[in-house]
Design a protein around this ligand. Sequence first.
Ligand code: ATR
Length: 283
Amino acid sequence: MTDRYAVFGHPIAHSKSPLIHAAFARQTGQDMTYEAILAPKDGFADSVAQFIAAGGRGANVTVPFKEQAFALASRLSPRAEQAGAVNTLTFDAGSIRGDNTDGAGLVADLTRNLHCLPGGRRILLLGAGGAARGVIEPLLDLRPAEFVIANRTVSRAQELAEQFGRGVVACGFDALHTPFDIVINATAASLAGELPPLSPRVFATDALAYDMMYGRDTPFLGFARAHGAATADGLGMLVEQAAEAFYLWRGVRPDTAPVIAALRQDRLEGESPAASPPRGPRT
Ligand code: ATR
């Protein structure tokens, strides 16, 4: 019997996950389907229960349900515990396993696709919401020389710094005057077409500026480029977090490069979503 998977979100029409997983399944010869399910904002758990009852084997979870998925899981991976959010569920013999592949997706995109090795480098993470929190631990595991979290509301950055320890420094945007090698925008500013109030001095020579949002050039990327940084959007992270979920479910690692290339050229098979794309690790 064909195995069923899905992504749950609200909204969900924009999601590229069905295209990505269909491409992975074709590439690896896996017998599976992957659909997008619009769960009511107050009905996520019910929607998931219905999907399980109908034979669902696993699901991705996107905005606004990642925290609810965390609460729903009967077992959590260490990285989901750290992130406080779940983007991948596996349904198995009555249990619901929760994992979070967002951080692994970012790390894979940085290291494998962008050939940017965070070990020994200075990392600046902008934002202290759910998107930022999910990537901190996997980045720290690469042993950067410095790790600073800057946020508009400084107390939120401080809470994260305290939670993660390991030398993480928290500050506001106005305290940023020194250069960083990797500057990652995990704020929601790009969604609103806004630029976090950043000094151009944060970009070291040869810095990489990474915006977790994908699908359009953001004010952050434009600003970074104008000040000499190389830039990358979050499309690679999107595909890499999907590949990590696919691996959890199927035990096979798909080749992400052709899928990223096809998405960039808007030539993945299937119906192409037209709605404006969301930010970051949005499945
Ligand atoms: P998510 O789960 O998507 O990260 P969130 O938890 O609401 O969403 O967090 C949004 C992040 O974007 C926060 O860090 C927020 O800063 P505050 O904590 O000060 O609210 C940040 N953010 C949103 N709009 C921003 C803007 N225009 N400039 C800078 N930071 C912004």
